[in-house]
Every structure is written in C-alpha cells, then in structure tokens.
Design a protein around this ligand. Structure first.
Ligand SMILES: Nc1nc2c(ncn2[C@@H]2O[C@H](COP(=O)(O)OP(=O)(O)OP(=O)(O)O)[C@@H](O)[C@H]2O)c(=O)[nH]1
Length: 308
C-alpha cells in the first residue's frame, strides 16, 4: 500500500526510436542490470522486451522495442520488427521517443509521424549527450526539436553514462496512472523466460564478434535448458542462412565459436547466479528470415505480462 501522503503511479512506457539510438542501453541502465542486448550495430533488438523498474513512487513496465525503419523492405523479419515496435504503443500509457543529441533525420521524422497518429503522451529523450563535443550545441538542438510535437517533457540523457537516467524515470511516473497498490511483484525483472534471455545473450556475443553482414542472418534457439541448484546445462543452436556464414561463425579451428560461447556463458552465469555449461551448434536454414513459422519459434509472437 502507498503511504498516506504519497500517491503511487504505475503503467507501461514504450521506448521507441530509430535503430542504434540507445533504447536497449537505456532499459538496462534503468534496470541496473543487463536484460536487453546491445551492440554497436543497428537493428539488434528483435523483440518487445519488458523490464520492470521499481521506484519508491511507483512502478514502470518499460517496453524496449526494435528500432523502427522508415523503409522496412520486403523481408518478413524486418516487417515483423516494425510491427512489434509499433504494436508496443498499443500497450503503452506513455512513450519515450529516443533520439540522438547530435542528429535528427528522416527516420526520426517518420517515427514522430507514427506517434502523432497514436496521440499518446510522448516524452522526448535526447540520448548520447556525452558524445557532444560542444555542449553549447545542445540547447539550440532542444529548442529546434522541442517544437516539432507537443512533448509532455524533454530530457537530455546519457544512457551509457547514466546522466539523468533516474530523473527520466521519476519524471515518467508523474505521467502514469495513479494506483492504490504496486501492480507488479518488485522482484520480477521481466516477462521473458530465462531461457529466452539466455538465447539473446548468445546472440549478443555472436553479433558483437561478427562483421556487418552475418548478424542479421543469424538467430539463436535453445534446444535444452536444465536448471540445477549450482549448474545450468544449456544446449543452443545458432541458425544462419548459408554455408559460408556457418564457416564464418565457427571461425578457423572453431576459435570464433569458442570465444562467442565463452563470453555468452559468463553473461548467462551472471544472470542465473549458477555455473553454466553451454553447448553451441551452428546450422544452416536457408531463407529463415522469410519463414513465418520459424519467426514464431523465435518468439516474435509476444507473450503477455503475467499480472500478480
Ligand atoms: N556515447 C554513447 N553511446 C551510447 C549511449 N547509449 C547507447 N550508446 C551506444 O549506442 C549503440 C547502440 O545502443 P543500443 O542500446 O543497442 O541501441 P538500440 O536503440 O537498442 O538499437 P536497436 O537494437 O538497433 O534498435 C551501442 O554501442 C551503445 O553502447 C549513450 O548515451 N552515449
């Protein structure tokens, strides 16, 4: 229950923005823990990931979403990513529209047009302020973009360094519905299974260790996941579209696959709090990005948040 004098607020906030703008980094920063995968390559987030932020004044169900592309192209995967991102808006009470402090382009414009159509309250989150070499450029930028929409608030932040991140969460709460009680279990981090998050951590290290082309052609599924008190045994498959990509992922003498496995294992051990035995396989599945059944296997269908 809320204290007598304190009003609790709770609700969902969708984090939207173009690819690579820092949405997942912001989610992880506010959770104080890694949940959503990040990389220095666009379009890494493929799912709607929910992370729960529990604060003294309330709770925020943060919805991280795939970067929205202006022109998604013909591939079923890309279209599904855009649908997922825009679909999160239907669940949201408030939107964080994330843009970069040093750039505003057509893709931002396109997303803003979609937000206008939805008519939800929108906070403009101007990220990566740590990258600005000349700080005096920030104010004119904020003035210029601030008039493009009736934003409920505009906040410059650095998701990477943490500047203003806490203020952003506190400011968002004020725009969420007042509630009698905390709707979520404060100990619950996400609506995703540990199995799902583990597959994502493997994909993160895969993406990080490869060049530009293969990451988008790669997917990860978990074949088995056996939890024991001190050891978790995981067997997973990395799917690619062509034999050449399989060879790249495995690397000379299996070195690359070994390194991906070792980094992913450490990340999963942190998440699970147990030792992890991780077995990785690489298999070819031509055209998986256009195979709706396989996309469903990858959980591109959204789960529902289990209310407590
Ligand atoms: N300098 C700086 N870099 C940042 C900041 N926030 C994120 N980044 C970097 O930007 C890159 C992309 O970050 P992500 O969080 O993966 O971006 P995203 O918007 O989730 O990307 P998509 O999955 O493509 O939608 C990573 O290399 C981050 O480390 C920031 O505040 N400052």
């Amino acid at each position: 229950m809320a204290d007598k004098n304190e009003t609790l607020h709770a609700g969902s906030v969708a984090i939207v923005g173009r690819p690579n703008v820092g949405k997942s980094t912001l989610l992880n920063r506010l959770l104080g823990q890694k949940l959503s995968i990040t990389a220095d390559k666009p379009q890494i987030t493929r799912h709607r990931i929910l992370g729960l932020v529990d604060l003294p004044a309330g709770q925020i169900a943060l919805l991280d979403t795939p970067g929205i592309h202006r022109i998604p192209g013909k591939r079923a995967l890309n279209q599904a990513l855009n649908r997922t991102a825009l679909g999160a808006l239907a669940e949201a009470d408030l939107v964080w529209f994330v843009v970069a402090a040093d750039r505003w382009d057509d893709e931002d414009e396109h997303i803003l047009a979609a937000l206008r159509r939805e008519g939800l309250p929108v906070m403009l989150v101007v990220n990566k302020i740590d990258r600005l070499r000349e700080r005096e450029r920030l104010l004119p930028y904020l003035e210029r973009v601030g008039v493009l929409y009736d934003f409920v608030e505009i906040l410059p932040v650095s998701a990477l360094k943490g500047d203003n991140a806490q203020r952003l969460a506190e400011a968002a709460l004020k725009h969420l519905p007042a509630v009698e009680e905390r709707p979520y279990d404060p100990d619950q981090l996400t609506d995703r299974s540990l199995r799902f998050v583990s597959a994502e951590f493997i994909r993160e290290h895969l993406v990080r260790s490869l060049g530009e082309e293969v990451p988008h052609a790669a997917a990860v599924t978990i074949d088995s996941f056996e939890e024991k008190p001190t050891l978790t045994r995981i067997s997973a498959t990395i799917w690619v579209e062509r034999d050449g990509q399989k060879a790249i992922v495995i690397g000379r003498g299996g070195e690359r696959l070994k390194s991906i496995g070792s980094k992913a294992r450490k990340a999963i051990e942190q998440l699970l709090g147990t030792r992890v035995f991780l077995e990785l396989w690489v298999k070819v599945r031509p055209g998986w990005q256009d195979d709706p059944r396989f996309l469903r296997e990858l959980e591109l269908e959204e789960p529902r948040w289990p209310k407590t």
